[in-house]
Design a protein. Structure first.
Length: 170
């Protein structure tokens, strides 16, 4: 036969119940709560705060026009080779491209802390020195570089939709 625990505090409780019962009856619990509170106050006091922290995240859009080309041609002949070239740059965290008929738009995001001017000069040098990845004699325009910063990202985006087919977005 098994013997039941006759202790009214721990009788029939699982492991978490026994731990909770221990802390409810222990005399050290208020001291532990006070230490946790004081550590929280200390952590709050030493954490640096700024009203408007300056985060140096440099991004740039590279737009490459390829008039008359289909989306598939733009992707295979312009966007994919450009992604390969630009992703090998030092300090680049992420390269993303969007292909549409006649245009490729690449967004290059640099690592946090890379100085803006250095990143943009390096990007322009890479675009100029690796112009051979662009198709020659097919009407591809030289890459257009548009710098962006963290402040250029919208905080609200509004989309308008119509059920009528005769209305289009401009």
């Amino acid at each position: 036969m098994t013997q039941k625990d006759n202790n009214p505090v721990t009788g029939g409780l699982g492991i978490s119940g026994r731990i909770a019962a221990f802390f409810q009856t222990a005399h050290i619990t208020p001291l532990l709560a006070l230490v946790a509170f004081l550590l929280g106050v200390f952590a709050l006091s030493v954490t640096p705060r700024e009203e408007e922290p300056q985060i140096d995240v440099t991004m740039a859009n590279v737009m490459i026009s390829f008039p008359g080309a289909s989306t598939r041609d733009v992707e295979s002949m312009v966007a994919t080779p450009a992604e390969h070239v630009l992703s090998r740059m030092t300090g680049v965290e992420h390269v993303m491209s969007i292909s549409r008929p006649g245009m490729a738009v690449l967004t290059i995001q640099f690592e946090v802390g890379v100085p803006r001017n250095d990143a943009l000069v390096s990007l322009r040098d890479t675009l100029d020195s690796h112009a051979d990845w662009l198709p020659q004699n097919l009407g591809v325009a030289p890459p257009l570089l548009k710098p962006m910063g963290i402040d250029d990202v919208p905080i609200v985006s509004l989309t308008l939709h119509s059920a009528r087919d005769d209305t289009t977005a401009f």
